[in-house]
Structures are given as structure tokens and as C-alpha cells.
Design a protein around this ligand. Structure first.
Ligand code: CU
Length: 285
């Protein structure tokens, strides 16, 4: 029975190795491959730390299992022995983890700087945010500058707006200004591995590059109230040309006051009349 318990402890390192091996293909850790360069670097760091901690975990569990296995065959009248420790051993298991931690600290420094230090973003990009994203209970509001214009801190009359959809260009680094209208929220784009708190009273720049066109998630990662779960938007990443077309169309739509010129109204009227007669016909049938 005692031996069975030591086998129980051996089960965990085996389970850990199996989970390490199958998790990436099962997408248990990440929602697919990172779709931003910084995301790929964050994943690499994650895997490096996972391997380091994994080796330590498996090693300690195997050692624990071994000690239990050996101890299970000790007879009841065997005398116990005690030790006051071993300086050399203690030195080894203090210095090695310290060196490993130091290695991780230096290794991640550049990724951290790339992700968080605004000076790493070229001034040209920094001074031209593509959008302002404002979180509020319980939605995301986007504000874009009119084509050819700069996004001001104070909204301009010709700014363009969207709710719960953020459209971005692919293949270049973009900056968005993040703010919140009420409580603290968190801008989380899992496919890009980007997460940034939105703090009341602050405007926080967030930057990243999308590598592939597509539709991605934007969710709130801060429990911000009863409707937190529905604070979900979509990030639509478009190739540059399509992105410019989108902006032009959005501008036209935003600037339209609903007035239709006489010629167009007549054409629309005819269309409506044709539709009416068509529906009348179908009713008769
Ligand atoms: Cu929120």
C-alpha cells in the first residue's frame, strides 16, 4: 500500500509531461498562433519559462516519489537518522535558481520594453494614433480621425465613430489611445497577446502590429460590473488598400445628413414604386 502511494506521486510528473506535449495542438494555452510579432515573442518567453519550470517540477516530483519508494521499504524497528543540512547542497539549490531567475529577468527585458516603453515606437507612429478606444459599461466606442487628419485629444466634428468594432490596417505598427468613461476596464486582444488596463482619468497609448487580415476578439479583461461578460467587440484587420477604402466609406457615411438630391430621389421613388407593384402582384398570387 505504501508503495502504491509513492507511485501516486510519480503519476503527476508523467501527467505534466503529457499535458506539456499535447497542449499546444489542443490550443489549451493560447487561442491559436499569435497574430502579432510581439505576441510571437511573448509566446516564446512563455514556452521558455514553461520548460524551465517544467523541468524543475518533474525533477522534484520524481525525487519525492523516489524518497517515498525507498522509505516504504524501511522496517518499523529501523532507526531514523537526522541531518542538520549540507552547506554545499544548500548553496547549490540557492545559487542555481537565483541564476535561472536572473537569466529570465534579462531575457524578457527587451520584450517588455518593446511592449511597454512608448519611446520604442517611432515618433511618426506615436503622434498619429489610428483610433481612440473608449471603454464604458458595457461597450467599446471607437473614434477615428477623418481621412488625412490627425486624431485630436478633443473630439472633432468630422471624427468618425463605431461601436464594438475596431478596424485596423495589417502589416504596420499602429497606436490606439485607450480610455474609459466610467470604471476600470481592460483592453484584451487575445490573438495579439495584448492586454492593457483602461484607467479612469488617463489616456493610455497601446501599440501592436497585426500580421494577418481577419476578424479577431476584443474583450474586457477586468470585472467591471454586471454586464462585463457582454463587453465584447470585434477587431477587423484589413490590408492597407481595403483599410483606406473603409475609412473613405465610413467618412462618407458619417458626413451624410440623410438629404437626397432631387435626381436621386426620383430614381429611388421609381424603385420604390416598382417594389410596391411587385409586392402587390405577389399578394394577388
Ligand atoms: Cu469592462
Amino acid at each position: 500500500m505504501k508503495k502504491l502511494w509513492s507511485l501516486f506521486f510519480i503519476f503527476w510528473p508523467i501527467a505534466a509531461i503529457v499535458i506539456f506535449a499535447i497542449s499546444p495542438s489542443m490550443q489549451w494555452w493560447f487561442p491559436g498562433e499569435a497574430k502579432s510579432p510581439i505576441g510571437a515573442r511573448i509566446d516564446d518567453l512563455f514556452y521558455l519559462i514553461l520548460v524551465l519550470t517544467g523541468v524543475v517540477f518533474v525533477g522534484t516530483q520524481v525525487a519525492l516519489g523516489y524518497v517515498l519508494w525507498r522509505a516504504s521499504s524501511v522496517k518499523a524497528d529501523d532507526k531514523a537518522w537526522y541531518t542538520h543540512g549540507n552547506h554545499k547542497l544548500e548553496l547549490i539549490w540557492t545559487v542555481i535558481p537565483a541564476l535561472v531567475l536572473l537569466f529570465i529577468a534579462f531575457k524578457q527585458m527587451d520584450v517588455w520594453a518593446e511592449f511597454r516603453i512608448v519611446d520604442r515606437v517611432a515618433e511618426e507612429i506615436r503622434n498619429n494614433p489610428v483610433a481612440e478606444v473608449t471603454a464604458r459599461q458595457f461597450e467599446w466606442r471607437m473614434r477615428y480621425p477623418a481621412p488625412g487628419k490627425k486624431l485630436g485629444i478633443i473630439p472633432a466634428p468630422d471624427d468618425m465613430h463605431q461601436v464594438n468594432e475596431l478596424v485596423l490596417p495589417v502589416g504596420r505598427k499602429v497606436v490606439i489611445n485607450l480610455r474609459t468613461e466610467d470604471v476600470q476596464h481592460s483592453f484584451f486582444a487575445p490573438q495579439f497577446r495584448v492586454k492593457q488596463d483602461a484607467v479612469p482619468g488617463k489616456m493610455i497609448p497601446v501599440w501592436f502590429e497585426v500580421t494577418e487580415p481577419g476578424e479577431y476578439d476584443l474583450v474586457c479583461a477586468e470585472l467591471c460590473g454586471w454586464g462585463h461578460y457582454k463587453m465584447r467587440a470585434v477587431i477587423r484587420a484589413l490590408p492597407e488598400a481595403e483599410y483606406q477604402t473603409f475609412l473613405a466609406e465610413l467618412y462618407e457615411e458619417s458626413m451624410s445628413d440623410g438629404f437626397v438630391a432631387e435626381g436621386e430621389a426620383a430614381a429611388e421613388g421609381e424603385g420604390a414604386a416598382a417594389e410596391d407593384s411587385a409586392s402587390a402582384e405577389s399578394e394577388e398570387e
